[in-house]
Structure formats: structure tokens, C-alpha cells
Design a protein around this ligand. Structure first.
Ligand code: CA
Length: 242
């Protein structure tokens, strides 16, 4: 895992969470990773704290007293574009498409590993940084074992070149530019094909399948490009970098 480029500045995390066991683990774990952690124990308190202070990122539980995580997310987005990572309990009925549409940046399911959560936080922040500094065009994307030369339209896995067709290249590029983030089928289709997308909805899956055969050790049980059932796909940054 590469170090964050602005590591001098302490990253301020707002944790909105009502389960004490998670609060303790998060506060200690994230502080150890160098984050500055503030905690709110219900949705209302979380929103008040968010509006009063400035944070770099919000970890938002969905099932909260007083105000649901969904409403908190909506209210946060009405005021700012501070990154929000949704934390949901296992087995909870979650409309991920709605959450992503509401502007959540990513989500993790409890129980999670702190290492994975930290990787997600850093990925979201990196992505945000990249979006803000738009003048230096990305000629090259380097993520773990994959290196993509945008100008030359070439891609290398473990130093070996793989041959990609135009749409495959665009699709992999989009995934690489959004590491750790769930990209919905709609977003992928819109950004890679736009109005060119014809025929049945399998086209996207066929392209993903081909990318997997090129970059995965075992394409049938993918570790890097994972399927988020009913939602879309995600490039697993913690795996690809580790
Ligand atoms: Ca909860």
C-alpha cells in the first residue's frame, strides 16, 4: 500500500455509529493509523457535528437512532461533497444503487477488517484528490500489478503487456481510476459505451469476463474485479496492491 501523499496533515474522520463495540474498535484502530477521529452516536448528532466542524471523510452507519443513515447521507450531500463511506450490518436490506445515487462514495459491510476499511478510506481520499487536481492529465495509471499507459494505449500486468480492445481498455481504465469503488452497471455502460451500447445487457459482462481472463490468476473466482450482486463491479484495491 502506497503512502498517502499528504501524510503530514492529519485526516479528520467523522464516525457516525451507535454500536459501542464498533465505536471503541474504530476509535482506537483509526487513531493508531494516524487519523483524527470524532464520534457521533446518532444520526442527528452526526449531522450537527458535520455541519459545525470540517471533516475529510465520514463513516456512516445506516441503522441509527433519531435519523437514518440514508437521511444523514442525503443531508450531507445537500451541503457538501465530503466523501461518505456507508457501513452496513450484515444481512441488512440495503439499496446500494440508491445509496450510490445519493452520493455515497463506497460502502463496507460489518464485520469488516480494519485494514480493509483503512484501504477504502485512503482509496476514496486519493480518488477525491485526483479529481481536484485536474490539470495534470493522467498519462499513466499504476495500481499494484497493473500499469496502464493512457497515451500509448497500452496495458501491462506484472510487466507483461496484455492486448486490449478499445472498449476493454476504456472499461479497465474506468475501474483503475475508481479503485475500491463500486461502479454500477448503469455508470459503466454510460461511461464506456454511452449511446453506442446496443443489444442485450450481457455485453458489459462479456467484457468483464474477458478482462478477468487477462488479469486474474483464477478468472472463475476473481480477486481483483469482483461482482457486487445486483449493483455492478468493483476493483478490489487492497488485493491488487497487496
Ligand atoms: Ca447501527
Amino acid at each position: 500500500m502506497s503512502k498517502n501523499s499528504n501524510s503530514e496533515k492529519r485526516i479528520k474522520v467523522l464516525v457516525i455509529e451507535d454500536e459501542e463495540s464498533f465505536i471503541d474498535a474504530l476509535t482506537i484502530g483509526l487513531a493508531r493509523e494516524g487519523f483524527e477521529v470524532s464520534v457521533a452516536r446518532d444520526g442527528q448528532e452526526g449531522l450537527v457535528l458535520f455541519l459545525r466542524e470540517s471533516f475529510d471523510i465520514v463513516l456512516l452507519d445506516l441503522m441509527l437512532p433519531k435519523m437514518s443513515g440514508l437521511d444523514v447521507c442525503r443531508a450531507i450531500r445537500a451541503h457538501s461533497d465530503t466523501p461518505v463511506i456507508i457501513v452496513s450490518a450484515k444481512g441488512e436490506e440495503v439499496d446500494m444503487v440508491l445509496l450510490l445515487e445519493l452520493g455515497a462514495d463506497d460502502y463496507v459491510t460489518k464485520p469488516y477488517r480494519l485494514r480493509e476499511l483503512v484501504a477504502r478510506i485512503r482509496a476514496v481520499l486519493r480518488r477525491r484528490e485526483g479529481r481536484e487536481s485536474t490539470d495534470d492529465s493522467d498519462e499513466e495509471i499504476h495500481l499494484g500489478l497493473i500499469r496502464m499507459d493512457i497515451d500509448a494505449r497500452r496495458c501491462f500486468v506484472n510487466g507483461e503487456e496484455i492486448k486490449l480492445r478499445k472498449k476493454e481498455f476504456a472499461l479497465l481504465r474506468l475501474l483503475l481510476e475508481n479503485p475500491g469503488r463500486v461502479l454500477t452497471r448503469e455508470v459503466l455502460i454510460d461511461r464506456v459505451w454511452g449511446s453506442d451500447y446496443v443489444g442485450d445487457t450481457k455485453t458489459l459482462d462479456v467484457h468483464i469476463k474477458r478482462l478477468r481472463t487477462l488479469i486474474e490468476d483464477e478468472p472463475k473466482s476473481p480477486k481483483y474485479i469482483t461482482t457486487v450482486r445486483g449493483v455492478g463491479y468493483r476493483l478490489e484495491t487492497s488485493r491488487i496492491s497487496g
